[in-house]
Write a protein that binds this ligand. Sequence first.
Ligand code: IMP
Length: 193
Amino acid sequence: MKTLVFATNNKHKLHEVREMLAGVVEIKSLAEMGLEGDIPETADTLQGNAQQKAEWVWQRTQLDCFADDTGLEVDALDGAPGVYSARYAGEHCSFDDNIDKLLAALEGKTNRKADFRTVICLMEDGKPRFFEGRVDGCILTERYGKEGFGYDPVFMPDHFAVSFAEMPLEVKNKISHRGRAVAQLVDYLANLK
Ligand code: IMP
């Protein structure tokens, strides 16, 4: 089985993606490779950040690897927080701080449409290849559920009556932005064999 290093320090993402790639690819975490420190993500696009994170690992290990970058794009906020979703409420803010800021920004707004978009950069022999996934939905007026991470408690995907944080991980992974991007990565890797 092919081994890929996943360039993330986010334990939730590592868990989600390991579940999705079980039996297809062996995933090594940064900790398992002895890599420490914050990976820079200073680009102004999801694609640019995904590539920057994957290159960071490639330069240090020369091993095939991948990284993802995700943004929550809210219609009524002209696509914000987008590529800045992690630090929407400021540097070193918590998931709760970000949700509080989002709910305040949308207070009284009737258009609550939003989407999550994920770009994955796969680095093979130092060459980048991109995969993208998206899920449409809306921002709820308060938090629901305890599963997941990030904006999950306030994001309800279209065709569902619950938030991402109320869904079992297998259900979220089937329909989510990251799940859809990973499905494309899996297709690509399966066709290499
Ligand atoms: P990142 O730059 O890809 O780590 O993602 C940016 C931010 O988007 C994260 O800090 C989370 O707040 C949010 N995010 C990413 N993926 C998800 C998800 O699956 N559910 C909810 N929020 C997410």
